[in-house]
Design a protein around this ligand. Structure first.
Ligand SMILES: [Zn+2]
Ligand SMILES: [Zn+2]
Length: 366
């Protein structure tokens, strides 16, 4: 039995309940979850903006200890400290073998409709019903049963709460700077939105030696956090002249405009912030009917537009490196975490996220 936060009805928050977790199949890993960050992407499913089979367990930014492994697992062993990543990779598809494993949708790491349920819960009188896994992880649970290609072992000295947020927010923000943009020293970066992903991108831009790092957010407290993490300038993202301010600060626009909110206006601001030849990167999960575009003049100016899902990570390599960056004092994860809460306070944590004031809430399991 494991305690978990279960989504039964979108729009009505999560219900704390008990689930039964199966023994690991040959390529599965059973993990005692120690910490799980609350991510804005969870909220899209919890509030019903994106559909998902129900009931299901959200949470996809976790760290824990391996409890048991399936017969074929070679990458981790019981007792290992691990960080999970939703970018489960098959290792042999076109995307994996060309180094773009964050794009993998290989079926063998995913659970199909006809598969034996791996998580169930009692419905009383001996009956049980399947509980669906979300984003390959379902980490808001005392136990996770995941594919071995959805986690990587890390240094045991790394604290679990800070390790957890590397699994999504930090991998996405830092991966965008290091993998997707390949920022070189002196290049300019604007980051629109200073939540967990945006703050990680700002911090990574500093580590990469970016020149001007401009943070845009409507909230003064978020802009202050951005400065603490390495922003050289800040702008009120909702100011009428936000794009003009970024143009003025950067001397004609930035090399990289990074959208880390998931809103049309933020994506448009990322595009409007570009200098000639610049690239806009859209990271947020926007409403499904949104579209971002480049004008004829943008295209004549050699501007580019791209997505960079999960920071285009190669997480088995990237995550241990990010852990090392933290241990050496380069990556500032302490500033990104706003609070640590218990599983029973998960709905309050998501309410805070809706208000937008704090950076990252992390659920810690005892
Ligand atoms: Zn996430
Ligand atoms: Zn693959």
């Amino acid at each position: 039995m494991a305690k978990a936060a279960i989504l039964e009805t979108p729009g009505e928050g999560l219900v704390i309940g008990e689930i039964d977790v199966a023994d690991p199949m040959p390529h599965e890993v059973l993990i005692d979850t120690k910490a799980c960050g609350l991510c804005h992407s969870d909220l899209h499913f919890i509030d019903g903006a994106y559909p998902h089979p129900l009931p299901c367990i959200p949470g996809h930014e976790a760290a824990g200890i391996v409890k048991a492994v399936g017969s074929e697992v070679r990458t981790v062993k019981p007792g290992d400290h691990v960080v999970s990543c939703l970018s489960a990779f098959c290792g042999h598809c076109e995307f994996c073998v060309t180094g773009r494993m964050a794009l993998c949708l290989g079926a063998d790491t995913r659970r199909g409709k006809g598969d034996v349920p791996r998580m169930t819960r009692s419905r009383g009188s001996g009956e049980s019903e399947p509980v669906n896994q979300m984003l390959n992880l379902s980490a808001l649970s005392e136990q996770m049963l995941i594919h071995e290609h959805a986690c990587v072992s890390i240094d045991k000295d790394m604290p679990f709460d800070r390790a957890a947020i590397i699994g999504c927010a930090v991998t996405t923000g830092a991966g965008t700077i290091f993998n997707a943009c390949n920022v070189t020293p002196g290049q300019s970066v604007a980051v629109i939105g200073c939540g967990g992903v945006g703050l990680a991108a700002i911090n990574a831009a500093k580590i990469a030696g970016a020149g001007k790092v401009i943070a845009a957010d409507p909230l003064p407290e978020k802009r202050a956090l951005a400065e603490a993490l390495g922003a050289t300038h800040t702008v009120d993202a909702l100011a009428d002249d936000a794009a003009n301010q970024i143009m003025a600060i950067s001397g004609g626009g930035v090399d990289f405009g990074i959208e880390a909110v998931g809103r049309q206006a933020a994506a448009d601001l990322a595009v409007a912030s570009l200098r000639r030849g610049g690239t806009a990167v859209i990271l947020g999960m926007m409403p499904l009917d949104c579209k971002v575009g480049l004008s004829a003049m943008d295209l004549l100016g050699g501007k580019k537009l791209m997505g960079a899902i999960m920071g285009m990570n190669h997480f088995p390599v990237d995550l241990p490196r990010l852990v090392d960056f933290y241990m050496r004092g380069l990556l500032d994860l302490d500033t990104i975490i706003a609070e640590r809460i218990g599983l029973e306070d998960v709905n309050a944590g998501f309410d805070k996220m809706r208000e937008g004031h704090s950076a990252r809430s992390v659920v810690v399991f005892d």
